[in-house]
Write a protein that binds this ligand. Structure first.
Ligand SMILES: *Cc1c(COP(=O)(O)O)cnc(C)c1O
Length: 394
């Protein structure tokens, strides 16, 4: 079901389900094996060689060991790759494990020591690079400064669009052009493959915190990178060596989550559009960050550039409160339908304060303002969400 002529909604329901008829099952099978029988020593050895090298197991071989390969996870990877218009995908135990493996595979694994981070980035990504934990040097820059930030030993450019939490849109093709030969990874968590396919705009990799929209129900921590076949081999080699593979139950839940991803995304986006319109005229709100508002001073969704890149504004809305931090404190504590919690992209609405929590460790010059709160809009009735916001803003 990866035929390019199928539409996204059809792929979301059917991709990665090859061979279920032969197994005599209709639902996705869950293989929890931590170890697997070896056919004989020679073929066991060949399988081990293939898997530790980042390749698939040979047809007559064995999956050997659950850190090297899991069929339930592999089915999810096939499905996600189809949605991202990518040759392959590699799933990890979290979004940060996916980002770590990406930096290790593209930098440490190739002898390159430098990463360019295009700000704004998710707080965890920003501090992973800033903390030099992975033994790479970094340069942070804005999207129009990438060409100048590249060094002879740069191995990777990391970017995000729409970015967390102010929904800034960065020009993927523009960054790719500046990066030249250097591979670009786009954090596509906010847009999902429903609204954006970074690989179609020249990015080498599209990375997701699958914890968010792809899982969609707040019950899985996971990450995934969609990419070409060669990069997938490099990522799997790092994954087998460092042990960041996704648990098969997570693979099952994410694969099931994909079937409703397009429907959830469109419904949450429709709610977000209404919520953003309400917030943008409220006197307690000094600014509404949502790419779908005509009034958004950046007007980014209206430009030809972003129309080509992003197919819809998504379901994340941030607001700056006229009352500053004190108002944000009262607001987050007064909502009843929204849960005060980090994370995003689930069926239920969440509110959080980025400067104090998710972006706490980001350097002050790149940290979101203390007056900003971020809303993840869920599947509740938009009228109930608006009434809840109205009450809390009052
Ligand atoms: C949550 C998030 C991550 C990190 O993913 P985890 O699954 O929490 O490790 C990375 N990027 C973005 C944009 C996120 O929202």
């Amino acid at each position: 079901m990866s035929e390019p002529d199928f539409h996204l909604d059809t792929l979301a329901v059917h991709a990665g389900r090859e061979g279920l008829d032969e197994l005599g099952v209709h639902a996705l099978p869950i293989d929890l094996s931590s170890t697997n029988p070896l056919p004989d020593i020679a073929r066991g050895g060949e399988s081990y060689e293939a898997l530790t090298g980042g390749h698939r197991p040979p047809d007559d071989g064995s999956n050997v060991y659950g850190r090297l390969w899991n069929p339930t996870v592999a089915r999810f990877e096939t499905a996600l790759a189809a949605l991202e218009k990518a040759e392959d995908a590699v799933a990890f135990a979290s979004g940060m494990a996916a980002m770590t493996a990406t930096v290790l595979a593209l930098c440490a694994g190739t002898g390159r020591r430098h990463v360019v981070g295009v700000r704004p980035l998710y707080g965890g990504t920003d501090s992973l690079l800033a903390g030099s934990l992975l033994g790479v040097e970094h340069t942070f820059c804005r999207e129009d400064e990438v060409a100048d930030a590249i060094r002879p030993d740069t191995g990777l450019v990391v970017m995000e669009s729409p970015a967390n939490p102010t929904l800034e849109l960065a020009d993927i093709a523009g960054v790719v052009a500046q990066a030249g030969e250097i591979p670009v990874v786009v954090d596509n968590t906010f847009a999902t493959p429903v609204l954006q396919n970074p690989i179609l705009h020249g990015a080498r990799m599209s990375l997701h915190s699958a914890t968010k929209y792809i899982g969609g129900h707040g019950d899985v921590i996971a990450g995934v990178v969609a990419c070409d076949a060669e990069t997938a081999v490099a990522l799997r080699r790092v994954r087998t060596a460092t042990g960041g593979i996704l648990h098969p139950l997570g693979g099952y839940l994410l694969h099931r989550g994909l079937t409703t991803l397009p429907v959830r995304m469109r419904a949450q986006q429709a709610n977000a559009q209404r919520v953003a319109a309400f917030l943008s005229t409220h006197r307690a709100v000094s600014r509404t960050y949502y790419p779908g508002l005509d009034a958004d001073p950046r007007g980014l969704l209206g430009t030809e550039r972003s129309k080509a890149q992003l197919r819809g504004p998504g379901a994340m809305v941030s607001i700056a409160l006229t009352g500053g931090y004190a108002a944000a404190e009262r607001f987050a504590g007064s909502l009843r339908v929204f849960t005060h919690a980090v994370s995003l992209g689930g069926v239920d609405s969440l509110v959080q304060h980025p400067a104090a929590i998710s972006h706490r460790h980001v350097a002050p010059e790149a940290r979101p303002g203390a007056d900003i709160v971020r809303l993840s809009i869920g599947l509740e009735d938009a009228d109930d969400l608006i009434a809840d916001l109205d009450r809390a803003l009052a």
